[in-house]
Design a binder for this molecule. Structure first.
Ligand code: S3P
Ligand code: PEP
Length: 426
């Protein structure tokens, strides 16, 4: 599919985001190993989170879906049945990497597959620790899906993450739920802590400190009623859109503001974005609030070190902000961008160049000078949801219409993106 965006005037309105993708995955998986029926409100409408539900269904778990409300009939930590078919993670790295932790402790073998993009994403990062714990894993060329997991009685481990990855941290903690004893994970850069927060909500004995988390297995999870906050990574597109289009005023309702994700707000403020948190509340251990963003004078900035890990999913849309800022944007220490749904350093650069914008790439980032103009062009999603949505935002500041080919990719995390965007263009 192709969407054509014709830039207009200021953006105005109220935006509702889908339920947070990271939190939805975790609630879906944990509810499936909890005892009893969990009700999840505002579950993400994104295809990725429905891949997670498809996988747990294939493991014999009853899942009732009624729009954004999902009921999961959990059967306990050892209640899953050997799947009769391959488990399809679709486009979702989070699904395949996190559910593998739970599958590693089951008394059966499972085989996980994914789409073309996922089939080229590295799995050694989870194969290493899960093998150390006692499971047997095989993958195409030793690293890519399909991934076969022969479950075992797992040994607990003390594991230091070699890459800053919440998916790997979560995978090891989830495997630790079935191991006999204490499993500890250490990280040198802070990554999102939704797994730790959710485990506590489901009644698991979990200890956390600065840079580490520890679970004690075997664990027992209790079914819960949970509400997922709006997705701050989806909000990022509208925060940047509101900031770069002069005179705009957008209210974003009920956005998840977990401190490990709200780094985005800190970064936006540091570059000059006029964004305010209107109120804050808590549910299920996760802070949430409404945001107000207005057209802003933008400085640009530098994303490196721990900021790169914290902002990894937002970097494509922050590149758009960088190009129209006064000083531009430099990104370093973000080589992980190269192994996402697309090589996001290359796909951002290729589309920017199609729009006449200068960018210099490096192995682990890029530099985009400020003060540039987006020209009317035809760009591609490269089957990557965040690339499709980032370039829709760029088109709002273009000097003419912009066609975005492969626009359906947005539905991986935000199926309502295009209608939401059209609703705020005047
Ligand atoms: O834990 C999560 O929910 C996620 C962690 C990040 O991936 P990595 O763990 O590979 O950094 C992020 O890019 C992804 O969109 C979601
Ligand atoms: C990288 C992403 O997700 P995943 O790793 O789950 O495919 C993303 O949503 O940007």
């Amino acid at each position: 599919m192709r969407e054509i965006i014709t830039p207009g005037g200021a953006l105005e309105g109220t935006v509702r985001l889908p339920g947070d993708k990271s939190i939805s995955h975790r609630y879906g998986m944990l509810a499936a190993v909890a005892e009893g029926v969990s009700t999840i409100h505002n579950y993400s409408s994104g295809a990725d989170c429905h891949s997670t539900l498809g996988c747990v269904r294939s493991l014999g778990i009853e899942v009732e879906i009624d729009g954004r409300q999902v009921k999961v009939h959990g059967r306990g930590i050892h209640g899953w049945q050997a799947p009769a078919t391959d488990l399809d993670a679709g486009n979702s790295g989070s699904t395949i990497r996190m559910i593998s932790g739970l599958l590693a402790g089951q008394p059966f073998t499972s085989r996980l597959i994914g789409d073309e993009s996922l089939s080229q994403r590295p799995m050694q990062r989870i194969m290493g620790p899960l093998t150390q714990m006692g499971a047997t894993l095989t993958a195409r060329d030793g690293k890519f899906p399909p991934l076969e997991i022969q479950g075992a009685d797992l040994q607990p481990i003390d594991y230091t993450l070699p890459v800053a990855s919440a998916q790997v941290k979560s995978c090891v903690l989830l495997a630790g739920l079935t191991a006999n004893g204490e499993t500890t994970v250490h990280e040198s850069a802070t990554t999102r802590d939704h797994t730790e927060v959710a485990l506590r909500e489901f009644g698991v004995d979990i200890e956390t400190g600065r840079g580490w988390a520890r679970v004690k297995g075997p664990a027992r999870l209790e079914a819960r009623e949970l509400t997922v906050p709006g997705d701050i990574s989806s909000a990022a597109f509208f925060l940047v859109a509101g900031a770069i289009v002069p005179g705009s005023k957008l209210v974003l309702q009920d956005v998840g503001l977990n401190p490990t994700r709200a780094t985005l707000i800190e970064f936006l403020v540091s570059t000059g974005v006029d964004v305010k948190i209107l109120d804050m509340r808590m549910s299920n251990g996760e802070p949430r609030g409404d945001l107000l963003v207005q057209g802003s004078q933008l400085k640009g900035g530098l994303i490196e070190k721990q900021w790169a890990a914290a902002l990894i999913d937002e970097i494509p849309v922050l590149a758009i902000l960088g190009a129209v800022s006064s000083e531009g944007l430099t990104v370093r220490d973000a080589s992980e961008l190269r192994i996402k749904e697309s090589d996001r350093i290359e796909t951002v650069a290729t589309n920017l160049r199609k729009m006449g914008v200068t960018i210099e790439t490096t192995p682990d980032g890029f530099y985009i000078p400020g003060g540039q103009t987006f020209h009317s062009a035809e760009v591609e999603s490269y089957h990557d949801h965040r690339i499709a949505m980032a370039f829709a935002v760029a088109s709002l500041r273009a000097d003419g219409p912009v066609a975005i080919n492969g626009s359906e990719a947005a539905s991986v995390s935000f199926p309502e993106f295009w209608s939401t965007l059209r609703g705020i263009i005047s």
